[in-house]
Design a binder for this molecule. Structure first.
Ligand code: NAD
Ligand code: UDP
Length: 310
């Protein structure tokens, strides 16, 4: 049994990770300031042994949670809808929050994992994206606050690894979906499913020919927990390499929900990446991991979840 700390533990991915670590027999401390997460995401663990929730903003300070074998630093708003209203908290958590988590890891001798993102590749000119691609990011655009915050967090992580000998890993997460995404999250899956279930037009941004590759959350968490055993230093992409257009995704969701919704086309947001798909060779080689959930299966589980909460 190990003792792990998960920042952002009440969020969408964080709460699934906390549950998985706990189910694997570990002790888990979830830290969250509930900015975009919900304590209800962790209701299943309330009152259990080997589990603790601490409400704290890691950008201010890292709470004293005792010794830990590892820190999964998942805290950060992640939806493009939040990139303007939460611009400064996003920059704070990527910089100060990451530094506090690294300092804690240094002090406690803990392994540290940074939850980074495919957004470090920006609007990629190299396709699909391998980890050695440096990216194409507009530092002063509206997405820049998130992209640069994560790029800075990666640089900081490597500096603590090189200069202070902290054992660190970096996971670059590609678009992930599943139960516990917020209904009003603004990301494409909650928007399309909620619109389809309400019989409203699905809001396709641009012509809908931009692509994404969507990973079901259980697969992603399978991959993340493997980092704790292998502790690779080089960044590793995790996601699904089944690439599709946003338009086809909309049509698939309308089909699966048996909705009578139509489609409405609105302008593409600034700097919206035109294409995105991970190369997963490193994940396969280093972690022995590849995603296994078919899109229709993951979407159906997510639709069932949204039906229940609506
Ligand atoms: P989320 O918003 O559901 O979870 C983030 C959690 O972090 C929330 O519970 C939030 O309240 C908490 N948080 C934010 N700032 C904090 C702070 N200063 N102190 C303490 N807690 C704080 O988002 P998510 O989709 O679950 O994303 C989790 C992580 O994965 C993020 O770091 C995100 O950048 C990364 N990521 C997610 C995706 C995806 O597709 N979901 C893709 C790439 C990267
Ligand atoms: N998108 C869309 N309609 C929506 C929400 C998003 O067409 O209601 C598009 C968005 O422009 C992007 C893709 O879906 O091309 C994925 O968007 P999301 O916000 O989920 O994540 P991103 O990959 O952009 O960070």
């Amino acid at each position: 049994m190990s003792r792990y700390v998960v920042t952002g533990g009440a969020g969408f991915i964080g709460s699934h990770l906390v549950e998985r670590l706990w189910s694997n027999g570990h002790e888990v401390v979830a830290i969250d300031n509930l900015m975009t997460g919900r304590i209800a995401n962790l209701d299943g663990l309330r009152g259990k042994t080997r589990y603790q929730f601490v409400e704290a903003d890691v950008s201010d300070r890292f709470p004293d949670v005792g010794k830990a074998d590892g820190v999964f630093h998942m805290a950060s708003p992640a939806s493009p809808k939040d990139f303007v209203p939460l611009a400064i908290p996003i920059l704070r958590v990527g910089s100060l929050g990451t530094m506090h988590a690294l300092e804690y890891s240094l002090k406690q001798g803990s392994w540290f994992l940074l939850a980074s993102t495919s957004e470090v590749y920006g609007d990629p000119e190299v396709h699909p994206q391998r980890e050695d691609y440096f990216g194409n990011v507009n530092p002063i655009g509206v997405r820049g606050v998130y992209d640069e915050s994560k790029r800075f967090a990666e640089a900081l992580t490597m500096a603590y690894h090189r200069n202070k000998k902290v054992s660190t890993s970096i996971v670059r997460i590609f678009n992930t979906y599943g139960p516990r995404m917020r209904l009003n999250d603004g990301r494409v899956i909650p928007n399309f499913i909620s619109q389809a279930l309400h019989g409203e037009p699905l809001t396709i941004y641009g012509d809908g020919l931009q692509t994404r590759s969507l990973c079901y959350v259980d697969d992603l968490v399978d991959g993340i927990v493997r980092f704790a055993d292998k502790r690779p230093v080089e960044p590793i992409n995790l996601g699904n390499d089944h690439e599709m257009t946003v338009k086809l995704l909309a049509e698939t969701i309308v089909h699966l929900t048996q909705s009578r919704s139509s489609y409405s086309f609105t302008p593409l947001p600034e700097d919206d990446p035109k294409q995105r798909c991970p190369v997963l060779t490193r994940a396969q080689k280093t972690l022995g991991w590849s995603p296994s959930t078919k899109l229709e299966v993951g979407l159906q589980k997510t639709i069932d979840y949204f039906r229940k909460i609506l």
